[in-house]
Design a protein around this ligand. Structure first.
Ligand code: ADP
Length: 546
């Protein structure tokens, strides 16, 4: 049988014995750590986990049996296979060793090859035990199958094993045994070595091959009337976990079955515990990740709130600055206008027509400059949130006010302005006024020569928001200019019409600050329709969402 070397902790107080066993194991390719007593062995186990422990039963201080019990109590070491070395070949000593938790025992004086096969068999178990845990299992009633062609042995075995509270099945030959194994699960199988047709070793191999995916492995015990090394080696090579002579007292056989089953159940239990630990670790990791994400969200919300506060503060400062600048700019303008008018009044008689024209240009210039300052201020303030509660404003009322202020333009152009069934919207009245004022004024201003303007204002609910339009029959706007006009100082018809080029830029800012969109649809020579949306819940809710 091929095998790989394992790491073996050898606990032996006699230096001669220790050296003999060490050599033997090293020859077999194992790595041996040697300690003289159980106390040092326990310390060694804290540092490193061996694959197998080879343990002298008679040790100074803590005995081998006590050491066994101690390591079986620790979840990290409980599943390490232990091979006990005893000096006496008595059934009592063997049973005590197995009862304390050893997996197997060997009499010191025995043929060294037997020690080697036993170590190898335990190493195989140790490897199986380290496979990935995936089986949910508990300590439970074990089920045992006995395969033997002797009906008498089967009878005795059943009786004895049932006394141990195992579930017992018997098979009078290999075929029946293998059939039973296919139909039900067993923890332990006892196989007689000498049977007709298939011998015990062949049966063992078949069981190992067909149950290779069962973890932990089924415990296989070879029963034999031969006590020689050849038979024993055959049995272990075929995959048996133990080799028991049929002449051994049945109580010893039972102890060995018990020890092997305890190991199997320990492995099952260990896997279950490891799986539980893994699940708990996963749950903890998940919980940690969730907590970190929540903290991050809170942190980000904090930062966002801080940034918003700073933005608010900066905006307020800017607004104050714009006010102050507008005021300071208007003051000298006012002076230029007043003194120009004074000049015209007091010294008008001394001026010729050109002189009067110069003064008119001055006054006109101050008027346009004044308008520009007002528009710039309006543009700066267009996206500022106003303080105070927002209320629903009837749009029709706003439009009536706008038309009142545009009365001279309406009359002069002979315009008809129509609107009906307009809703109320939640928005600041002042900015709503400015929005409609700019759009309606443009509709009147950019009219076609000799075509009296017709302006139509509509407002309907569409897709959960308000949709407004201000439609005219004026000059229209070419497609290539339809985006441009919303940018500051972009004018298409500057020659014929006075203006600062800020009106639509202000409108866009206002609509967007309400949480809506503004766009135009137009045909040159036919007219334009300016569309905009407003959220139904009002700007604050829209901002909170956005
Ligand atoms: P202003 O009216 O001061 O020039 P606006 O920003 O209000 O500034 O308009 C920008 C330009 O868009 C205008 O100069 C004009 O050429 C064009 N425009 C605006 N409204 C209309 C309209 N209803 N019909 C045709 N052209 C328009």
């Amino acid at each position: 049988m091929s095998h790989q070397g394992g790491r073996i902790l050898l606990v032996e107080d006699s230096p001669t014995q220790a050296e003999r066993i060490r050599k033997l194991l090293v020859q077999d390719g194992h790595q041996v750590i040697q300690v003289p007593n159980a106390e040092q062995a326990l310390r060694q186990l804290e540092r490193d986990r061996p694959d197998v422990i080879v343990l002298d039963n008679h040790l100074p201080g803590m005995t081998g049996n006590d050491f066994c019990r101690e390591i079986r109590l620790n979840v990290n070491t409980r599943a390490i296979p232990v091979l006990m070395l005893t000096s006496e070949n008595s059934d009592v000593a063997h049973m005590q060793g197995l009862a304390s938790g050893a997996d197997d025992y060997v009499v010191k004086s025995v043929d060294p090859d037997i020690l080697r096969v036993r170590v190898r068999a335990l190493l195989r178990k140790s490897e199986g035990e380290r496979a990935v845990p995936d089986v949910e299992s508990r300590f439970r009633q074990a089920s045992v199958l006995v395969i033997d062609d002797s009906a008498t042995y089967l009878y005795i075995a059943r009786k004895e094993l049932e006394m141990e509270r195992y579930h017992v099945e018997t098979a009078e030959g290999p075929e029946e045994g293998l059939r039973l194994l296919r139909t039900q699960p067993f923890d332990c199988v006892l196989v007689d070595f000498s049977m007709p047709v298939l011998d015990g070793a062949q049966v063992c191999r078949q069981i190992r091959d067909t149950n290779a995916d069962i973890e932990p492995e089924i415990v296989l015990i070879m029963l034999s009337s031969h006590e020689d090394k050849w038979h024993m080696t055959q049995a272990f090579d075929a995959g048996a976990d133990d080799y028991i002579s049929k002449s051994t007292e049945f109580s010893v056989t039972k102890s060995r079955i018990r020890a092997l089953l305890r190991r199997k159940f320990l492995v099952e239990e260990n896997r279950r515990i490891s799986e539980e630990i893994r699940q708990k670790e996963l749950a903890t990791m998940r919980a940690n990740a969730e907590r970190e994400a929540a903290e991050l969200r809170a942190q980000m919300a904090d930062q966002l709130a801080k940034a918003n506060r700073e933005l608010d503060r900066a905006n307020k400062e800017l607004e104050l600055f714009a006010y102050a600048a507008a005021h300071d700019l208007k003051e000298p303008l006012r002076k230029v206008r007043i003194f120009s008018e004074l000049l015209a009044r007091r010294y008008g008689g001394q001026l010729d027509a050109q002189g009067h024209e110069f003064i008119r240009q001055c006054v006109d210039g101050t008027g346009r400059m004044n308008q520009l300052i007002d528009d710039l201020l309006a543009y700066a303030q267009a996206s500022q949130a106003q303080q105070g509660d927002l209320v629903a404003v009837p749009v029709a009322g706003v439009i009536e006010q706008v038309l009142a202020s545009l009365q001279p333009l309406v009359e002069e152009s002979g315009a008809t302005v129509s609107f009906a069934n307009l809703p109320s919207v939640v928005a600041e009245q002042v900015r709503l006024h400015q929005l409609f004022h700019n759009l309606i004024a443009n509709a009147l201003k950019y009219r076609r020569p000799d075509v009296p303007p017709r302006v139509e204002i509509q407002g309907v609910a569409a897709h959960g928001e308000w949709l407004f339009s201000v439609r005219d029959n004026g000059m229209g706007i070419a497609s290539r200019d339809q985006d441009k006009i919303f940018r500051a100082f972009q004018r298409l018809h500057s020659a014929e019409n006075p203006g600062t080029g800020l009106g639509l830029a202000i409108c866009k800012r206002i609509v967007e600050s309400f949480g809506g969109r503004l766009w135009v649809e137009s045909t040159v020579g036919q007219g334009s329709a300016f569309w905009f949306t407003l959220p139904m819940e009002g700007r604050r809710a829209a901002l909170a969402h956005g």
